[in-house]
Every structure is written in C-alpha cells, then in structure tokens.
Design a protein around this ligand. Structure first.
Ligand code: BGC
Length: 438
C-alpha cells in the first residue's frame, strides 16, 4: 500500500502552526522580551542600539556599508531631509568568490583580511576632496555600549572568519581604512540590519515600530518607548533568531545538530533562507530512506545540496507535470523519473517549510505588539527587508494572513511593508544622526 500520503500528513502536522499556536508563541515571545530587557535569563538578547527614531530631517552625503554575510555592499547616499534618500553610487561584492579565489567567511580568513576587503570597496566609492561620515550595518549580534561601540558576540549564519568575535567591529573597519590611507571617511555608527530597516522606513513613516529581516538570516528589532538605560525611546535589537520558545520537529533537530553552533539560533534555523532549503532536503531524504520515494542518490545526502533560491521556482510551479520540481530533483540531486505523487511530495515539503517560516516570523511580531501596544490602539508599520520577503512566492501573503488570524479585525492597524535597501539607507541615517548631533 502507498504510505506516502499518510507520511506526508504526519509531516504536515509537525510543520503546521495554527492560529492558537501563533498566539502562544507571541505570548512566550513577549515574556522573553520583558525578561531580557530586565536583564533576566532570556533567549532574546535585547541589545540596545543607542539610537531612536529618525526625525526625517537628517541630511548630507554619507557612506553606508552593508555587511550581511553573503555580500558586502557599499553605498554613497545623499540624504535630502524630508524623508528623501538617494543612492548616488554603489558597489557590491560577494564575500565568497564563486570561482574559489577567496572566501572571507571561512575559518582560514582573518578579520583583518575581511575588513581590508571592505575598506577597499569603500575607497572605490568615497569621492576625493571631501570628508564623509560612515554608517556601518553589521548584521550579527553585537553588544553595544554606544552607537559606535559594537562588539561581535558571536558569528551566526555559519560564518567562521577568525579574529572578529569579541572585538569592536567599528574599530576594525576604521583601522582597515587608515591602513589603506583612506583618511577622509570616518566610521560613526554601527547598527544591526534590522535597525537599518526600521530607520529607513521610519524616515518617512512615523508609525514604524518594528524592523525585520526575512532573508539569509532572520531577526527583528523594535522601538522600545522607554528604554531602562536612558528612559528614552531606543531601538532594541531582539536577536529574535535565537528565540528558543518553539517546539522543534525531528528535522529541525537534525539540522541543528549538524550545524556550526548546535543549540544556538533555533528560530533562525526554522525560519531563515540559510536553512529552508536544507530542511526541504532533510524531509525528502527521510522519505527516500524510508522508501516512500522510490529513487535516491548520493547527492541528496549532501547537506545544503539544495538552497532556498532553488525552492522559489518549485513554489511557483503550477504545471501539471511539476516541471520545476522534476528539474530540481534532476539538477541538484541527479534523481530522474519520479512519479507525480513523489514530485508532489517534494513540493509539499517546500510549501510546508516556507509557510511555517512566515507564520513563525509573524507570531514573533505579534509578540512585540502584545508588549508595546496590546490593544492595538494605533497604527504600526513593520518594515521588512530580505530575499524571502521580497522574492519567495507567497511569503509576504502568508505573513499578512497570519497577522489577520492572530489579530482579527484589528490587524488593519498593522502594515507590513518592504524596506528596499533599508539596511544600507538606515546605516546612512544613523551616521547622519550622529554627525549632526556633534
Ligand atoms: C543575525 C542578526 C541579523 C540577522 C539578519 C542573524 O543571523 O544574528 O544580527 O539581523 O541574521 O541578517
């Protein structure tokens, strides 16, 4: 008897996040926020940014560095005030060369090599004859003692570069700039990419309360109305990817155990683009091992042999023959000749994994709203950037639907919007804020 439908139903049950479950997660998240803010044990780091909401009047030409872990982008941004930001010039380079010439993310690379590479990109873009403030988006958990004092706590997203953890990344960049003789650029602010996303949207929309990244990594920040350190409004980086209040499936456990840092970043490993492809592979591999899918291959057993980008065409595939799924199985795993129900099983795995990701993210945002405005008495904008939100078919819709399930009618108070280039523009706004306050 064909057991595939029954097995799939069991997998579906494990990955389903009901409305009630989302509300429970939100409540747990809210409690973890309060504990973290009060300095009690919590999986949420609640890292202060020492920066509040922008006024929209920040002005000037600023260099922004956006270091996310896959690429480094350097922008020359003109802030015109009145919420207007224009990117005048930009450079982007991968941190890992596809042809294998360099890899600044591996344990063989040092922090000074990495920051020298970034300084090189900055020198290409900083026009001679002026001085430029620099804002640096560094998309990893940093302990901050001031807006320009950011010490990397630990790498995430499987990055392993040596000689950066425990050090002040603003200083590392400044040193690298000076070693290259780039004296006319001064690093003034280091922010998380979620903070950048929030700042860039808040530049034009004063209702912005949450900034989030749904991309290679996953994280959110929010505007705390009265921070215990300053009694002023301050953006707090939740490092919500580390939230541990969600039940793991057997696939999450397998993925976590084989990861660079087992036990860390549990939500991120369930929700971010770095891992969704691998979760799909683990499900499909389990189905072949147990004989529910008839064909297998050695390549299917290679971790991360399918990426999250590979999943997008599968989700969009409405062809009766499921061409995109068959193509993925053939090109990534060398598996051909699967039946339609086997191909459907692979598509179902992709749908379940991505839908769960969106619903978990939405549940954590609901947790933030439970904390700052439980009655949803005013409008809230959630600014989001990242490849999942922007490009994954159905992802943005799933977020929106999840919010409606959690809040019912009141969900109309909540707007989720794309903060395109937000992490870069936000870095420029942060640097301009510091520069103008001097
Ligand atoms: C990092 C966060 C970052 C997120 C999105 C996570 O791995 O810990 O600091 O905001 O990725 O880039």
């Amino acid at each position: 008897m064909d057991k595939l439908p029954a097995v799939l139903a069991m997998i579906e049950e494990q990955f389903t996040v009901s409305a009630e479950f989302m509300r429970d997660i939100a409540t747990g998240f809210q409690q973890a926020m309060s504990a973290g803010l009060a300095g009690k044990p919590s999986s949420l780091k609640m890292l202060p940014s020492f920066i509040g909401s922008p006024t929209g009047r920040e002005q000037g030409k600023v260099i922004a560095v956006d270091f996310g872990g896959t690429n480094v982008r350097v922008l020359l941004v003109e802030l015109a005030g009145k919420g207007q930001a224009n990117i005048i010039d930009k450079r982007s380079a991968p941190l890992k060369d596809r042809s294998g010439n360099y890899d600044y993310t591996s344990a063989a690379a040092s922090g000074s090599e990495l920051f020298d590479f970034i300084a090189g990109k900055i020198s290409e873009i900083a026009p001679a004859g002026g001085t430029y403030p620099l804002g640096h988006t560094f998309s990893f958990p940093c302990r901050q003692d001031g807006v320009n004092e950011a010490v990397l706590i630990s790498w995430t997203k499987e990055i392993k570069t040596t000689g950066v953890e425990g050090l002040n990344v603003g200083q590392l960049l400044q040193n690298a700039l000076e070693l290259r003789g780039v004296w006319h650029v001064q690093s003034l602010a280091v922010i998380n990419d979620t903070t950048g996303t929030l700042l860039a949207t808040a530049y034009t929309d004063t209702a912005t309360s949450i900034g989030a990244i749904c991309g290679t990594g996953h994280n959110s920040c929010y505007l705390e109305p009265c921070h215990p350190l300053t009694s002023q409004p301050m953006i707090v980086n939740l490092e919500s990817g580390n939230f541990d209040g969600i039940r793991q499936t057997e696939y999450d456990i397998l993925l976590d155990q084989a990861s660079e840092k087992p036990g860390a970043q549990r939500l991120e490993k369930m929700a971010s683009g770095q891992y969704l492809g691998e979760l799909v592979r683990l499900i499909v591999n389990g189905l072949t091992t147990d004989g529910h899918i008839s064909k297998s291959s050695d390549r299917l057993r290679i971790p991360y042999s399918v990426t999250t980008e590979d999943i997008s065409p599968i989700l969009a595939d409405a062809s009766p023959e499921l061409n995109a799924v068959a193509n993925l199985a053939a090109t990534r795993w060398g598996i051909q000749g699967l039946t339609i129900s086997e191909l459907e099983a692979i598509k179902t795995a992709a749908l379940l994994v991505t839908m769960r990701s969106a619903r978990l993210a939405a549940a954590t945002w609901a947790g933030v709203l439970f904390k700052i405005d439980p009655a949803l008495s005013r409008r809230h904008t959630i600014a989001v950037d990242g490849s999942l939100y922007e490009k994954m078919p159905g992802y943005a819709d799933n977020l929106f639907k999840a919010m409606a399930e959690i809040f019912g009618d009141k969900a109309k108070q909540v707007t989720i919007k794309l903060s395109k280039d937000g992490s870069g523009i936000g870095a420029a706004i942060a640097a301009a804020t510091v520069y103008n306050a001097r």
